[in-house]
Design a protein around this ligand. Structure first.
Ligand code: SF4
Length: 606
């Protein structure tokens, strides 16, 4: 489109027929939905029929960019995948680092929509206006690291590679895809959607130059942000990346321990960056245009090939779900689990949660040694590694755990439902809500289920009093995140800080439009309401906006001792009422007619 940084085009790819077509979206659609999460939500709602099987050829993968990809803006070397989740059966947006978004944009598209199913495994290769379907039979079954290397050798220098591993091919519902070795489309099982389409990966390379309406506005924000970051010293995130959060989270009683039996891990020190220093390699494989470079790598051994040294880019979430949740204090073990998950194409949160669930089932005598194939006490590194490989291959008990913790609890029964820690099927990440007031409401109302990326209340309090007073701040934070996810700016930019106002300034610089805080608040409400309407169409109601029983048990240990996620059920229900009201939804959690009209969604949803 003229005078702004959107290309105005979506590339549609049909894997069944091996055909492509271009769709040109109206400027008003861009104005209303911007890009990334926003535009992806619009496309998913518009295109997908209610009840579509997420693993059928009818599901669609939307590889999204936004108005800032392809421009020199801070921390925008990222992209978004929107689809229907096979893990939850609901709306899914997942945000990934790496240059795929920039290359899609430089190839001349704002998004690539992939539908259908290839008869045989293929890789989709986009080089400017040329689209190829490359036979992928020789790399089907290979891990993400080897497949990435092979695909780089056979494509143009500078191409961005995104691939799935064996878990996605085997339709494991917590499967991810991997972009350039270190970045994952983490949650919700998008990797299995690629697998169901026989799509091993997507590669893009573009040479078009993207122009902003006013590049000086973006340049100025980039300059200020870089200066702020460079001036920071003695700052944990800068020195260590996300692992510095282990100590902070543990001190608040939020570090998941032994399948969320506690939020405080005795012996957590061995999982802190200071203690992991001897294996530290450095910060690399970071997202393009990133001024922070949070991807820190550690040396370890590939457990499948003893003697083979590999790099493990471990994050806080993995230290929580593959460390504390499993009662594992050995950092080397967590590095190995992280490497296994990345290479097999598994979400470290989903896989860690499934293994933690199995460990508790073993501890309680619900799963026996015979049923698992070996003893599986908390803290058992070898057992955890074996089980991760069984999940990826769907072997033995791994077949049940590969369907996610919700399904596993239902299948195994015997009371195990009370320690299956998920919301709407999406496993809870490494922040126990019993250590932070209002966090539980964010999980309960997240459009994708139990995600830590849907806005947290601005408070450091424990949930020892009513949550009602922090809900407005949670809505504000959710709005800020919806804008970031639509511009596809990394959330870690809050560390500079890169402000909400600066993000709006960059959006205006890219688009030539005049958004302000009020219009962005309406935009965020529009996107969340549309995602809600998608989920309602799939059968979601107020009864699904709940927390798992484990998070209603009073914490027995550490700084959050005595805490539940809310003071009581009544406080939770009143908080939910208030949240719905702030969003313009009825007490049943359904958006009101007047809200739908105010947000300009009436034509789309009628
Ligand atoms: S801070 Fe980390 S996740 Fe964010 S853009 Fe940079 S490298 Fe990527």
């Amino acid at each position: 489109m003229e005078g702004n940084s959107w290309n105005g085009k979506i590339l549609w790819v049909d894997l069944t027929k091996k055909t492509t077509r271009i769709e040109e979206l109206l400027p008003k659609v861009y104005e209303d939905f911007i890009g990334g999460k926003g535009l992806g939500t619009y496309l998913l709602y518009r295109e997908l029929d209610a009840g579509t099987d997420p693993l059928s050829s009818d599901n669609i993968l939307f590889f999204m960019t936004g108005p800032l990809q392809g421009l020199r803006a801070p921390n925008v070397g990222r992209w978004t995948l929107v689809t229907k989740s096979p893990l939850t059966g609901l709306y899914l947006d997942t945000h990934c680092g790496g240059p795929l978004g920039r290359e899609i944009k430089n190839a001349g598209y704002d998004a690539i929509a992939v539908t259908g199913k290839s008869e045989k495994p293929v890789t989709l290769i986009i080089e400017d206006e040329t689209v190829r379907f490359e036979d992928a039979q020789s790399i089907w079954g290979k891990g993400t690291h080897e497949a990435t290397k092979i695909l780089h050798e056979m494509t143009t220098k500078g191409s961005a590679v995104y691939v799935i591993g064996p878990a996605g091919e085997n339709l494991v519902l917590t499967a991810t895809g991997c972009c350039e070795l270190a970045h994952q489309t983490g949650r919700g099982g998008a990797g299995a959607v690629l697998g169901s389409k026989n799509l091993k990966g997507v590669i893009a390379r573009g040479t078009k130059k993207i122009e902003a309406a006013d590049s000086s506005a973006i340049r100025q924000v980039n300059k200020t942000a870089t200066k702020l970051w460079n001036e920071k010293t003695g700052y944990g995130f800068k020195e260590y990346g996300t692992p510095f959060l282990v100590e902070i989270s543990n001190e608040r009683g939020q570090f998941p321990t032994r399948n969320f039996q506690n939020g405080y891990f005795d012996g957590y020190e061995s999982l802190t960056p200071e203690e992991m220093r001897e294996w530290y390699i450095g910060a690399h494989l970071s997202c393009p245009h990133c001024i922070m470079r949070c991807t820190h790598a550690y040396r370890t051994e590939d457990p499948r090939f003893p003697g083979t040294e590999v790099e493990s880019t471990v994050e806080y979430e993995t230290l929580g779900l593959c460390g504390g949740t499993l009662g594992i204090k050995d950092a080397q073990c967590v590095f190995q689990l992280n490497h296994l998950c990345d290479d097999l194409g598994l979400d470290t949160i989903g896989a860690g949660s499934a293994v933690g669930f199995a460990m508790e089932a073993f501890e309680k005598g619900i799963l026996s040694e015979e049923e698992i194939g070996f003893p599986l006490p908390f803290g058992d590194c070898e057992g955890a590694k074996k089980l991760v490989m069984m999940i990826a291959q769907k072997e033995g008990i791994g077949e049940i755990l590969a369907q996610g913790t919700r399904y596993a609890a239902k299948e195994i029964g015997k009371g195990s439902e009370v320690f299956a820690v998920h919301v709407k099927g999406l496993e809870i990440p490494a922040w126990d809500p019993r250590g932070k007031k209002g966090m539980g409401l964010s999980y309960a109302t997240g459009d994708v289920g139990g995600s830590h990326l849907r806005g947290w209340p601005q408070t450091m309090d424990h949930p020892d009093s009513s949550t009602l007073d922090v809900i407005e701040s949670m809505v504000d934070q959710r709005d800020i995140k919806i804008l970031r996810d639509s511009l596809i700016i990394c959330h870690f930019t809050y560390h500079f800080p890169l402000t909400h106002e600066q993000n709006i300034t960059m959006l205006n610089g890219a688009s030539g439009l005049n958004y302000n805080k009020e219009s962005i608040s309406i935009f965020a409400q529009r996107v969340e309401t549309l995602a809600r309407l998608f989920n309602i169409r799939e059968g979601v109601s107020r009864e699904d906006d709940i927390l798992p029983p484990r998070l209603w048990e009073a914490e027995t240990h550490g700084p959050a001792k005595g805490m539940k996620s809310f003071i009581d059920q009544d406080d939770f229900e009143r908080s939910l009422d208030k949240y719905y009201e702030l969003r313009g939804w009825g007490k049943d959690g359904v958006p009101k007619e007047e809200t739908i009209k105010k947000l300009g969604l009436n034509t789309l949803v009628s």
